[in-house]
Design a protein around this ligand. Sequence first.
Ligand code: RB5
Length: 146
Amino acid sequence: MKVVIGADHAGYLLKEEIISYLKRKGYELVDVGTHSTESVDYPDIAAKIAKAIIKDGIPYGIGICGTGLGMDMALNKYKSIRAALCLYPYMAQMSKLDNDANVLVLAGRLTGVELSLQIVTTFFNTPFSGIERHARRVKKIDEISI
Ligand code: RB5
């Protein structure tokens, strides 16, 4: 499984933890930065994650900033990106089951490493349910064009 991952300075340390965790589990990671705790702008990282998914065909992404809010807002501006800010494993589970999320967003300043790894594991271990009403709703999201 190939996953693109990116974070701003507030998510950098958590990104490094997640990369080593997922690599140990056999995932192929594409790291779009940032590569230190020096301040950067989360929309620039979101753009790289979105490009890797939309243009390069990487199926899933992880984005991290301090609260997760800015990264989530920026990612969801891109068509076909369904980014889900998840603070609990239950949110990650439902983001896949019902919403078919393709990007997991984490809050580097709120969610500790252990909890974040549980959220990541739940996200990747849960498939989209495929239930008709949920597919219909996801399609309606993807059709939004204004
Ligand atoms: C950076 O200080 C912070 O604003 C950013 O990481 C994020 O929390 C924004 O939503």
